[in-house]
Design a protein around this ligand. Structure first.
Ligand code: FES
Length: 119
């Protein structure tokens, strides 16, 4: 059964567990939004998945590359409250002190399921 919650920024949330460093998300989790925040309950960070096309999805680790603080997805960009870094919706740094983009995770669509590789 698909359980979708909604974050305070109106982006749907999907809670799940990883298995062998893989997170699986049913593609119908994107029926209402091109964004989805995936919360792997056994991993220390959340993941924002962006639906770029019907078959192309981009997954970003919601952890600041400056000092590992969680980032929030607000107003189409990622913000870190610790020292103020801002990343655009593709994970590129807009404002430092972070210098590296958010980490991307390999994401494939197979049989109506997203396979997000945490390795
Ligand atoms: S940890 Fe995010 S800006 Fe420093």
């Amino acid at each position: 059964m698909l359980t979708i919650l909604e974050s305070c920024s109106n982006i749907p949330l999907y809670k799940t567990k990883s298995e062998n460093k893989i997170v699986r998300v049913p593609v119908n989790a994107f029926l209402k939004s091109k964004y989805l925040i995936v919360i792997p309950l056994d991993v220390s960070y959340n993941i924002t998945v962006i639906k770029k096309t019907e078959t192309d999805f981009h997954s970003l680790v919601m952890k600041c590359t400056h000092a590992d603080n969680p980032v929030q997805f607000i107003g189409n960009e990622f913000k870190c409250s610790l020292h103020g870094s801002i990343f655009d919706n593709s994970g590129k740094v807009k404002t430092g002190p972070a210098e590296k983009p958010l980490y991307s995770l390999v994401t494939e669509l197979i049989n109506n399921e997203l396979i997000i590789n945490l390795k």
